[in-house]
Ligand binder design. Structure first.
Ligand SMILES: [Zn+2]
Length: 144
């Protein structure tokens, strides 16, 4: 996408027209992510062969990495779904937390973002706290 076309998109006042290109872009991204997810799924034997050459410690490390990668893919697909939903509901381009317009530059780079930078930072801090609490909860239940 050229810069001038992006610029035009943000100056347009018709919201349904305005995000048409973004919606298409999101759809294409979603397809790509989905195929990446299913490619990983189709070759478990291949992956297992690769693991046999390594010691058990790195085997679990690879499993963790693989799991993390797939989780990240799933999360992005979910974010894209939500972004498409927001386009349909006409709330796209606004922060889902505070309602302020999201920086157009951010949207152009990452069309699925749902919150402004300030809210995203707040959310990340909170997520870290919740994660810590969850880990603490798991270790507590293991000790019982
Ligand atoms: Zn916000």
């Amino acid at each position: 996408m050229s810069r001038s076309r992006t610029q035009q998109k943000f100056e347009s006042t018709d919201t349904s027209e305005r995000w048409q290109e973004t919606e298409q872009e999101l759809g294409a991204q979603r397809k790509k992510l989905l195929s990446e997810l299913s490619t990983d799924c189709e070759s478990p034997d291949e992956l297992a062969d690769g693991w046999q050459d390594r010691d058990s410690a790195s085997e679990s490390e690879i499993r963790d990495l693989e799991f993390g990668h797939r989780e990240a893919l799933r999360k992005r697909i979910l974010e894209i779904d939500r972004a498409v939903e927001r386009i349909k509901l006409n709330t796209y381009g606004r922060c889902v937390k505070c309602g302020r317009a999201i920086n157009p530059k951010r949207l152009a780079e990452q069309p699925e973002v749902s919150s402004c930078l300030a809210c995203r930072r707040k959310f990340e801090d909170e997520a870290k706290r919740i994660n810590l609490r969850a880990v603490w909860g798991v270790s507590q239940s293991l000790m019982k």
